[in-house]
Write a protein that binds this ligand. Structure first.
Ligand code: SAM
Length: 231
């Protein structure tokens, strides 16, 4: 059984439809599309980008599927569940030009994540981990323009800051590596020749990552402390 969020409307206002093409996809269609890549939706580390994410209809369904699978897999091991649940949330990326959608998307993903985490890990659930997850979500769900690949201001106008995505990788035990790349570099190097037609967001070779300053920032720390290194 997956987490239910109740019914949602597909349109907020006529103005928003006209201005931004904002029509939300119904959960039935989202599920049908996710079924096309059903196995990818179960793996905690398979990465998804919703480039005009709204409040995250696709990301929410994928997150619920991943967490349901983790709960099944790590029924008796809350500690392993916790680590993999962090990997799962770190694998989901979204961009939207409307600030209220970005805020709604972040809150929605956090709520889904925390509900599952709290119910599965019970007394072993910690606020430190919750803070790490909030930080990861704040970096992964970006207020930006997916066409110009730039961050936007409160009015939806491009700023001078490029959209930057962080790659979160559990490298050993409890150590997590964060590596930042601009979205434009990721698209430049993206491999769209994969068999299922989906590119891999961080499909860069180690040489490409090292050469010409493609990655902007990298650090390794305990997965509960990712936020300690700041923005
Ligand atoms: C058709 S809705 C889809 C929302 C969601 N992906 C879904 O399927 O329910 C389109 C979304 O794209 C956003 N949008 C429009 N232009 C954009 C742009 N240039 N960059 C990023 N987001 C944009 C709108 O704010 C809106 O949330």
């Amino acid at each position: 059984m997956t987490v239910s969020e109740g019914d949602k409307t597909q349109i907020k206002s006529k103005e928003r439809v006209a201005e931004r093409g904002e029509v939300f996809t119904a959960e039935r269609e989202v599920n049908a599309m996710c079924d096309l890549v059903a196995n990818e939706c179960l793996r905690p580390d398979s990465r998804f980008l919703e480039p005009a994410c709204g409040d995250g209809n696709f990301l929410a369904v994928i997150l619920k599927r991943k967490l349901t699978e983790l709960r099944r897999k790590y029924k008796k091991s809350p500690r392993d569940y916790e680590k993999q649940a962090i990997v799962a949330i770190g694998s989901l990326y979204g961009v939207d030009i409307m600030n209220d959608n970005v805020i709604a998307c972040r809150e929605r993903l956090y709520k889904i994540w925390d509900k599952e985490y709290t119910s599965h890990c019970k007394a072993e659930a910690s606020d430190e981990t919750r803070e790490a997850v909030k930080f990861i979500i704040s970096r992964n769900i970006i207020n930006g323009n997916a066409l110009t690949l730039m961050c936007v201001d409160a009015e939806g106008k491009d700023t001078s800051a490029p959209i930057v995505f962080s790659e979160w990788t559990l490298i050993s035990g409890t150590q997590m590596q964060r590596s930042d790349y601009t979205m434009s570099d990721l698209l430049l190097y993206n491999d769209t020749s994969a068999e299922n037609g989906m590119g891999n967001l961080f499909a860069l070779t180690e040489e490409q990552k090292e050469e010409g300053g493609v990655f902007l920032r990298r650090y390794i720390t305990h997965y509960k402390k990712v936020q300690d290194y700041g923005e």
